[in-house]
Design a protein around this ligand. Structure first.
Ligand code: APR
Length: 173
């Protein structure tokens, strides 16, 4: 399972699955969530509404992940996950790691062999970028034994240079 870094807009990535840093409502928002819904079109929101009306009436809990179709995106799936909101009083690292782990398990389950991650929780949810990148890379690397036979490539998509430096450092460690 190859790990790589690109800088750019995750909605342009040509991968089987794009991971969305959603919120628990699954009904869209700003940041990468807003960008993915804007690029995917209304079918994505419709698919999310069906999930809310059926399997997840309470919404998606932090650290969990679920797949939908990808609407107009070139990807086949969007894997929605909810990262934890950063807290200085509570260590929520395990929930952030779980968001990456569960997204990989969903990708393996649906048969997505390539996927792209944004820097989950490192935007609106306030997680310090360097630590968010470290947790992302360490968690994905640790999943190689479990999902590596089914997932060929994981791309971390940095939206700006600050994020790219953080992920480059994490990948070089
Ligand atoms: N492509 C790749 N990365 C992006 C894009 C994009 N088009 N747009 C934003 N990002 C980056 C941000 O710069 C940040 O580094 O994604 C990272 C995650 O930031 P957020 O999107 O704010 O996600 P998060 O911090 O997990 O907060 C989730 O924000 O948008 C709302 O609905 C969302 O309530 C949820 C919350």
């Amino acid at each position: 399972m190859k790990l790589q870094l690109v800088t750019g807009d995750i909605t342009t990535m040509r991968v089987h699955a794009v991971v969305n840093a959603a919120n628990s409502t699954l009904l869209g928002g700003g940041g990468v969530d807003g960008a993915i819904h804007a690029a995917a079109g209304p079918q994505l929101l419709a698919a999310c509404r069906i999930i809310r009306d059926t399997v997840l009436p309470e919404g998606l809990a932090p650290g969990r992940a679920i797949s939908t179709t990808a609407g107009a995106l070139s990807a086949k799936w969007v894997i929605h996950t909810v990262g934890p909101v950063y807290s200085i009083t509570e260590d929520r690292s395990e929930t952030l790691a779980s968001a990456y782990r569960e997204s990989l398990r969903v990708a393996q389950h649906v048969g997505a062999r390539t996927l792209a991650f944004p820097a989950i929780s490192a935007g609106v949810y306030g997680w310090p970028m360097a630590d968010a990148a470290r947790i992302a890379v360490e968690t994905v690397r640790a999943m190689t034994a479990e999902v590596g036979a089914d997932i060929d490539e994981v791309t971390f998509v940095a939206f700006d240079e600050r994020a790219a430096r953080a992920f480059r450092t994490a990948l070089d460690n």
